[in-house]
Ligand binder design. Sequence first.
Ligand code: FAD
Length: 629
Amino acid sequence: MLKILRRGFHRGKSDVDVIVIGGGHAGCESAAASARCGSKTILITHNKNTIGEMSCNPSFGGIGKGHLIREVDALDGLCARICDKSAITYQALNRAQGPAVLGLRAQIDRKLYKKHMQNEIASTKNLEVVEGEVAELIVKEEKVVGIRLKNNTIISTKCVVITTGTFLRGRIYQGTDSWEAGRIGEQSSNELSESFGKLGFELGRLRTGTPPRLMRNTIDFSKFDVVPPDQTPIPFSFLTKNVWLPVEKQLPTYLGHTNEETCRIGIENMHENLQVSTETISPRYCPSLELKLKRFPKLTHRLFLEHEGLDSDHIYPQGMSMTFKPEVQKQLLRTIPGLEKVEFFQPGYGVQYDFVNPKQLRKTLETRKIEGIFLAGQINGTTGYEEAAAQGVIAGINAAARSQSEKPITISRTEGYIGVLIDDLTSLGTNEPYRMLTSRAECRLHLRPDNADIRLTEKGKQCNAISDERWNEFSSMKSRLDEVTNISENMEMSLSKWKRILPELVTKNDAKVLSAFELIHRFDLNLNDLKNAEIFDKNVEEDVFERLKIEGRYRMDHERMKNKREEIDRESATEIPDSIDYSKMRGMSLECIEKLESAKPRNLAAATRISGITPEAVIILLRHLKSPQ
Ligand code: FAD
């Protein structure tokens, strides 16, 4: 136990460098990053046993989210490595769409994840965990100097990172019942929310929800379609060579559908649902069943049954987040073939909570108002473990930097999805739970999961956030990659000459000069082709070649995208008439139409600043404005 805890406050030397409040996904990454950077750190959380808890689905990754996990890993964060120690089903999304939009995803064993995360936190040097509830932030002359726990213990510090998730004035909703809680069975954090109010921060309110958890032995899986694990699983971490669970031992997921009867019961019971009747805004990309039924009352909706662990009796019905009364939830699910006799471990529920308008933050995630206070995770209006972890690692590195008077780290939109996330939040704010999507990133052909380490690990090293083990591994890979890139870029000849060297693969006689780098992509050459033709040395490894090949595939497209961005910048003053009809623009998504219609931007620059408006949408708009009407 910490010896520094005491009652009463004194000014002078701080007890610790950094205090992190909250042991969720943002908090664990923040605390570990701050400690890695050499700051004496404590993590204060309600309950040590809930460190690393997955509040909702025990799965990590997905489209856009997988990119964030790789970037957290590139900064030596924890979640990718912990996922690789506890994943039970690897099922990457978008495999056919190419490496730029590949959505690394896996189902995780909930208990194993928590166990490994708690071990990792416990064994991190410079880091101590304290159980308790932080009730107040102590600020002197616009600088944070300490925190007060609910039991009136005071701890002085140079910096505080707040990662309290859905707990600030959290309130749970289930049918017509509602009570105070941050998650089911856990107390909400009311005093800390008041402390934010007193310090003059602007707060808003959002909501989210989670499905019921089902008892595995009450489900007839034979009535669902089996979705097997990937035959070649892709690990999350650059340090993981092989996944811990062989493919044949990984568990499948199951696909089913709702039907007319499910919809009827839902619609008839909509009036007895407090969460639905309140005004707060729910996640757009993870909608509740109620929201889906309201929008599409006649459609069938998909659900995936996913295991909560290798030896768990519980099943998570993805897509069935709902806040109806428990008996209605059961009645409704029992209409689905295979769930006729389903029983619950826990019914679904919704939670509404305060968040801090993230426009009050700098790109370092430090608040503009008070020096030394950093915010990360759901408290900033985001949703998802990956978004929380990504902010956590940045806030942790920067709190450590501030406490040691070192330079902070910031990531730009062209360097990483983390940069896109933080730039969107801090410059646009958000009025709905924000989740990462590949369409939010202008440079998504460059910001790929495969090159996250090349983009970010050196930057992390400059802040002392990278362990020696990772740095050695990374440096060795980078020098081998640089070597083959140099060879292939500098070896140039005409296609006719290439044909002589690779007669079975290059079939054209042509004077056009191509480098080996271009040739690999153009003719889809593999490593053996190049080794046999003695273009590459026998020692070049497959993983290094794979990186080179992916880079070649995207370089031209990346250039084209860059040109489009420059065109948007040049045309930013183009005015948008009031009479414009966005719904007539071919290729414009429904979401972008809705957002443009509601924001009514006056010119192209204003359109680009609307959260969720993609560069493609702006190009469609620009083409429309420039075309003869
Ligand atoms: P959390 O993981 O919530 O962790 C907060 C931590 O702070 C907890 O350890 C808590 O004990 C601690 N804490 C709070 N206040 C204090 C205090 N005053 N003092 C000390 N400790 C404190 N995400 C999705 O992507 N899709 C979904 O559909 C989805 N549904 C969800 C449904 C529910 C019901 C909930 C609760 C969350 C859901 N999420 C969903 C969100 C996802 O769980 C979060 O985005 C993610 O966990 C946020 O991480 P975090 O670190 O910000 O906060």
